[in-house]
Write a protein that binds this ligand. Structure first.
Ligand code: ATP
Ligand code: MG
Length: 417
C-alpha cells in the first residue's frame, strides 16, 4: 500500500513525461497564435464556487468532488474543473473593467472521485480555454477551431465534432415542460439521481450515464426543436462560421450542459479510438455563469480537453512523440585532477546550452564508457593528466566511431558544428 499510488492516480515517469512536454508546448503555442493568455489559479477553491459554478444537480458536485474542511473549518474542494476558478479570478481581479474579450488558457490537474478505468482517473489533467465578454458566435467558432487545431496537430484523424444548442432560460422553459411531460409516466424507473433531476433540472437526465435512464430518454423532446428565434439564429451563425473554417460537424441533440447558466452552444470532440471514454474535449457557452458566481452579466464560452485522453488518442492514431534531446557529450575522467577538471568543463558546456554528463559513481574508465553508451551520448571526451597538461582532448563521435583531437577551448564548436 505504501508503495502504491492512490487508486485512480498515475505517476508520470520520464518515459511518459516527454510526451506531456510535447503536448503542453504545442498547446501553449496554439494559444499564443489565437491570442489566449495563460492563467494559473489555486489547486483548491471554496467548495461553494463549484456548487454555484458547476451546479448542484451535476454528478461532479453531487458525487465526485474531493471536499474537506481545513483546520480553519472552511470547506475546501480540489479543483474538479477549470472554468469556475477562471471565472472567479476574472471577477476577483476586476478584469471585466479591461478591454474585452478576455481570453484565458490553462493547463491543470483536476480531481474527481470516479470509478477509475481506461481514460477515467481520479486525478486527471485538462487543457482549457475560456473567452469572456462576447456573445458573438465568432467567439464560439474560434474556441472550437482552437480545439480542432490542437487535436489535429496530434495527428488524430478519428475525431468527430458534435454540436448542439441548449438554448437560453427563455426557450428552455418550454422544452422543460415538454420533457417533464414525456418523462412523467417513466418517473419511477429513473435512477435516484435523475429522480431529483426531474424537478430541479430534467435536461440533465438526457446526459445520465445509467443505461436504464439512457433507454428511457429515447424519443424524448430535444432542446434544438424548442429554440427561440435568437438561439436559433445563433446556432445557424455558429454552423456558418464552422463551414467558413472548413470544420466538419454533426448536430447531436443529446449533448447537454444542463444548467441555467449554460446557454446556446454545446459541443464535444469524440473519438472511437480509445474505447468507451471517447470524449476528448467538451465545452460550450455560459452566458449567465459569471453573474451566477457574483460578477457582472458577462457572457463566456470555452472548453476542457482531457490530456490523458488526447495522448491516448494521438498514439492510437499512430502519432509518434519525438524523443527529447539526449546527452550531447559525456566527459570521462582519469585521475583526481581530471575529476575536478571534468566537473568544471561539464558546467561550462552546460552554460552554453549543451547536455554534458559525467560519472558520479567512481566507475573505472571502462565502466564510464559503458555508462556513456547507456546514456546514448553523441560524443565522448576523455580527460587525464596528459590532456590537462596539453590542453587538448580526444573527442569521439559515438555514431561514426570517429576520433579527433580538439583544444579545450574549441570543444563547444566541435560538438555543435
Ligand atoms: P465524461 O462524460 O467522459 O465523464 P465530462 O462531461 O465529465 O466527461 P468535462 O467535465 O466536460 O467532462 O471535462 C472535459 C474533458 O476532461 C472530458 O472531455 C475528458 O476528456 C476529460 N475528463 C473528464 N473526466 C475525466 C476523468 N475522470 N479522467 C480523465 N479525463 C477526464
Ligand atoms: Mg464526467
Amino acid at each position: 500500500m505504501l508503495t502504491n499510488a492512490p487508486k485512480g492516480t498515475k505517476d508520470m515517469m520520464p518515459d511518459q513525461a516527454y510526451k506531456w512536454h510535447y503536448v503542453e508546448k504545442k498547446f501553449a503555442e496554439l494559444c499564443r497564435r489565437y491570442g489566449f493568455k495563460e492563467i494559473r489559479t489555486p489547486i483548491f477553491e471554496h467548495t461553494e464556487l463549484f456548487q454555484r459554478g458547476i451546479g448542484d444537480t451535476t454528478d461532479v458536485v453531487q458525487k465526485e468532488m474531493y471536499t474537506f474542511n481545513d483546520h480553519g473549518n472552511r470547506s475546501i474542494t480540489l479543483k474538479p474543473e477549470g472554468t469556475s476558478p477562471a471565472v472567479r479570478a476574472f471577477i476577483e481581479h476586476k478584469q471585466y473593467a479591461e478591454v474585452q474579450p478576455t481570453k484565458y488558457y490553462y493547463d491543470i490537474p483536476c480531481f474527481r472521485y470516479e470509478k477509475p478505468q481506461s481514460g477515467r482517473l481520479r486525478q486527471f489533467h485538462q487543457f482549457g480555454i475560456e473567452v469572456f465578454g462576447t456573445p458573438n458566435m465568432l467567439a464560439d467558432a474560434e474556441v472550437i477551431s482552437l480545439g480542432y487545431d490542437m487535436i489535429t496537430a496530434m495527428g488524430i484523424n478519428d475525431i468527430e465534432l458534435r454540436i448542439n444548442s441548449v438554448g437560453c432560460p427563455v426557450c428552455r422553459k418550454n422544452h422543460r415542460e415538454a420533457l417533464k411531460k414525456f418523462l412523467e409516466p417513466k418517473y419511477n424507473e429513473l435512477c435516484d439521481t435523475c429522480k431529483t433531476r426531474f424537478n430541479k433540472n430534467p435536461m440533465r437526465i438526457i446526459d445520465c450515464k445509467s443505461p436504464i435512464c439512457h433507454e428511457l430518454v429515447q424519443g424524448a423532446p430535444m432542446m434544438v426543436d424548442y429554440l427561440c428565434d435568437e438561439c436559433k439564429d445563433a446556432f445557424e451563425d455558429l454552423k456558418k462560421n464552422l463551414e467558413a473554417l472548413g470544420i466538419e460537424y454533426t448536430v447531436d441533440p443529446t449533448i447537454v450542459r444542463g444548467l441555467d447558466y449554460y446557454t446556446k452552444t454545446a459541443f464535444e470532440f469524440v473519438t472511437n479510438s480509445i474505447g468507451a471514454q471517447g470524449t476528448v474535449c467538451g465545452g460550450g457557452r455560459y452566458d449567465h455563469l459569471i453573474e451566477e458566481v457574483g460578477g457582472p452579466p458577462i457572457p463566456g464560452v470555452g472548453w476542457g480537453m482531457g490530456i490523458e485522453r488526447l495522448i491516448m488518442t494521438a498514439e492510437a492514431n499512430g502519432f509518434v512523440f519525438p524523443e527529447e534531446d539526449e546527452v550531447d557529450v559525456f566527459i570521462a575522467v582519469m585521475g583526481d585532477a581530471a575529476k575536478a577538471y571534468g566537473l568544471k568543463l561539464c558546467r561550462e558546456l552546460r552554460s552554453k546550452g549543451l547536455s554534458a554528463q559525467m560519472d558520479t559513481l567512481a566507475r573505472n574508465i571502462k565502466g564510464q564508457f559503458k555508462y556513456a553508451d547507456r546514456l546514448n551520448a553523441k560524443y565522448t571526451v576523455v580527460i587525464g593528466d596528459n590532456e590537462i597538461a596539453e590542453g587538448v582532448v580526444s573527442l569521439k563521435n559515438m555514431a561514426k566511431s570517429e576520433q579527433t583531437q580538439v583544444k579545450f577551448e574549441d570543444l563547444y564548436e566541435a560538438i555543435t558544428k
